[in-house]
Design a protein around this ligand. Sequence first.
Ligand code: ADP
Ligand code: MG
Length: 350
Amino acid sequence: MIEDKNPQRTPLSELGEFKLIEHLTEHFEVKQQSTIKSVGDDAAVLNPKGQIVVTTDMLVEGVHFDLSYVPLKHLGYKAIMVNLSDVCAMNAIPTQVTVSIAVSNRFPLEALEELYAGILHASKIYNVDVVGGDTTSSTSGLIISVTAIGEVNEDNVVMRNGAKPNDLLVVSGDLGGAYMGLQVLEREKEVFKVNPNTQPDLSMYSYIIERQLKPEARKDIVELLAKLEVKPTSMIDISDGLSSEIMHLCKQSNVGCDLYENKIPLDPQVISTCEEFNIDSTTIALNGGEDYELLMTISQEDYPKIKGNPNLTVIGYITEPEKGAHLVTRAETKIPIIAKGWKSFNSETE
Ligand code: ADP
Ligand code: MG
């Protein structure tokens, strides 16, 4: 499905490790004041302001991505985003990353150039410095491990455990797009296997495919919250799906919640694609994952500050722990939320 735009194939062995690292990192610039020493020494040197947050995520070929429909440039971008998203979920601003790769000799230099073009693009847009990493060989496939660092004023750190009864449950953006984008890509992959000459028209799925291939970390939401002078009482990024993230917040804060089905923000493309695939859009929003939106709780007194903001949707509120976590359906019945979905859909979603 993805055409090889760059037919040149330079074996990695032609460069050797040092030349390869030099080549891949030559365009990285230092932008952050807190970066004292970047790539090129035994370790990077940082001089952060406030507190720092540190997070790592690893992406493994065949487990987290499939190179038959994920362009390497997008993969590089996404590997950075999934980490920046975790930094943002602490209400911190991402500042540096390190990138480690294990790569088999099946990949030519040009493939790694593509991967690093995506990493470079992400680091420019999000104003983070790539300050180091490691490069090694693997016997099969590609593994990318990114560590991200962020800075946050001590008073502004937001954890998962601060939600209180009556707080509002708020989500950024819309949900379910990344999962439906994946469904479309997987369907096209099967079509392509049968007939490699088809050129599918995917324009009607452009938003959801972009949500899958090129997710964005919501650094803009962290900045927006600071501007609105709203400090959430708890926050988490939505990597696995709304239901499991809600369960994390409720468990760690020792609270319950009522989530309103009719408040869950869905893009029209998600709704139409769910209809086409004959899947329930609420199930997708609850279980889909990989949207990298932020789920937070805010105190009622902050409601006027976020009211009407198109980036933030109130989807429910926090209750006493004895009440448990529930979905209030459109038919106004209350169904317990479980980590994946809700109980009545148990058999479908497992
Ligand atoms: P060492 O032998 O001390 O581990 P390396 O030769 O692995 O050093 O790396 C040299 C420099 O290049 C270090 O600053 C390291 O952080 C950086 N580096 C190595 N691999 C990568 C990579 N894939 N991406 C970014 N920086 C890298
Ligand atoms: Mg090393």
